[in-house]
Ligand binder design. Structure first.
Ligand SMILES: Nc1nc2c(ncn2[C@@H]2O[C@H](COP(=O)(O)OP(=O)(O)OP(=O)(O)O)[C@@H](O)[C@H]2O)c(=O)[nH]1
Ligand SMILES: [Mg+2]
Length: 431
């Protein structure tokens, strides 16, 4: 990561500029923020800031010796060039999108994340290349279009690779479903505490001992007070009120990102789309207005999910009763705005482990109906293999051997019990 000094810049049209998030993003990218300049006025087409403010920015960069200017506004190619020319030579000019891409690039730890970041970067560059090539074509300086079409080809290639990875993920999910797993996803704004919550919910399981291949399940999900700590989904097993679930931790959201960027991370969003229960983790320690804004972004992004959306207010430990009540009202208001009739949010503290049973109960309420079943089998080797099959797919509460028989009591979804029954019948038939 670059360890460089940066000057933050932000312009808003009519209200006073808030630089909280862009500062955090800059920190996540490894920059040290040494100064900040803001302005309230309509955008200037060549400099974003007004000329006077842009000159002040240049002076600040010179005084602080900062190597980078981070604009919270989106900059056009012209603005980027003109700002760079106004500032001391060599100053790098970044906007919010460039910054987020830089963080993603640095954080991408898996093949899929790398492909997604490359795609996002190219999608972001494409209209800019087009603009430039058109200008050049008009000036008859160069032949037009080659680079543009090269980029388009590469995007197609990346899409093909990503979609084959997505197919693999879908096939893997289907296999897991056949094994009796249900899916829970943790989604929400970056730094809300999703990874911390995953650690709390996950079973402390040694995957190897279960006999099945769990090489797709990771042992860790990093927890860090930093934006975009998690850039790839992490899945762990968790037993939630008797339900055998796979809980997936996802990439955090951030506001004001282009659709291309969000779409590039569709792979991770698709895991949330197919989850049976989607826990929307919100940071209750945010001030109400910020909480509202983040929830609106999250609800928008999660509009297409199949499973039930369950809002959880994390970090409840840092609030008193009145503050918490205020946050709950914000969640209820936003949920209603989006026509989600999800019940009241569950306040939790992932770090302190508070109220997690209530959360588990609510998650279980979103999952399939499970019932108690009983199977009686002849006691032989084949029956034993069915017993171990059931251990992998259901909660087995009792196994008793009497005479030549084995009696198995278990709790499972109807579909799993159905398959156990037909296996049992074929055993009987063989005898
Ligand atoms: N006070 C308090 N802090 C919490 C709680 N849960 C998480 N945190 C802190 O919040 C920070 C972010 O936690 P993470 O679990 O990394 O958040 P995340 O949602 O996975 O973040 P990304 O991976 O960046 O999307 C860490 O410093 C956690 O220790 C909580 O219940 N209470
Ligand atoms: Mg995380």
């Amino acid at each position: 990561m670059p360890s460089q000094d940066a000057v933050i810049a932000k312009r808003t049209a009519d209200d006073s500029p808030d630089t909280g998030e862009i500062r955090e993003l800059a920190a996540a990218a490894g920059y040290e923020v040494v100064a900040e300049l803001t302005q309230t006025r309509p955008p200037d087409s060549s400099l974003q800031f007004g000329r006077g403010k842009a000159e002040e920015l240049a002076e600040t960069v010179a005084e602080t010796g900062a190597g980078v200017v981070v604009f919270d506004n989106e900059l056009t190619p012209t603005q980027t060039v003109e700002l760079a020319e106004t500032c001391p030579a060599g100053t790098e000019i970044l906007d919010r999108h460039r910054l987020v891409l830089a963080i993603f690039e640095e954080q991408a730890g898996s093949k899929r994340a790398e492909l997604q970041v490359e795609r996002a970067t190219l999608a972001w560059t494409l209209p800019r290349i087009k603009e430039r090539t058109e200008e050049q074509a008009m000036n008859k300086f160069t032949e037009s279009g080659t680079r543009y079409y090269d980029v388009l080809d590469r995007i197609d290639e990346l899409d093909r690779k990503l979609s084959s990875l997505a197919d693999e993920a879908t096939a893997r999910r289907e296999r897991r479903r056949e094994e009796g797993f249900e899916f829970v996803a943790l989604a929400g704004y970056t730094n809300a505490g999703k990874s911390t919550l995953l650690h709390r919910l996950a079973d402390d399981l040694d995957y190897e001992t279960s006999g099945a291949d769990h090489s797709d399940l990771d042992a860790t999900a990093e927890i860090e007070d930093r934006l975009f700590e998690t850039l790839e989904t992490t899945t762990r097993r968790a037993t939630i009120d008797g339900h055998r679930t796979l809980v997936t931790d996802t990439v955090g959201f951030v506001g004001d990102l282009s659709h291309e960027l969000v779409a590039s991370f569709h792979g991770t969003l698709s895991e949330t789309e197919s989850a049976d229960c989607l826990v929307l983790v919100a940071d209750a320690s945010d001030p109400p207005a910020e909480l509202r804004e983040k929830l609106e972004t999250s609800f928008e992004l999660l509009a297409d999910t199949e499973g039930e959306l369950l809002p959880a207010l994390n970090k409840a430990d840092v609030l008193d009763g009145d503050e918490l009540a205020e946050r709950k009202a914000v969640v209820a208001a936003v949920a209603e705005e989006f026509g989600t009739d999800s019940a009241a949010p569950v306040p939790v503290s992932a770090t302190e482990g508070r109220n997690l049973d209530a959360l588990r109960e609510r998650i279980a309420g979103c999952l399939s109906d499970r019932r108690d079943f009983e199977l009686v089998l002849p006691n032989d080797g084949d029956a034993m293999s069915l017993v171990s099959w059931l251990y992998d797919r259901a909660s087995v509460s009792d196994v008793t051997y009497r005479g030549g028989e084995v009696r198995i009591e278990f709790t499972a979804a109807e579909s799993v019990a159905e398959r156990a029954r037909s296996k049992a019948e074929s055993l009987e038939a063989v005898r």
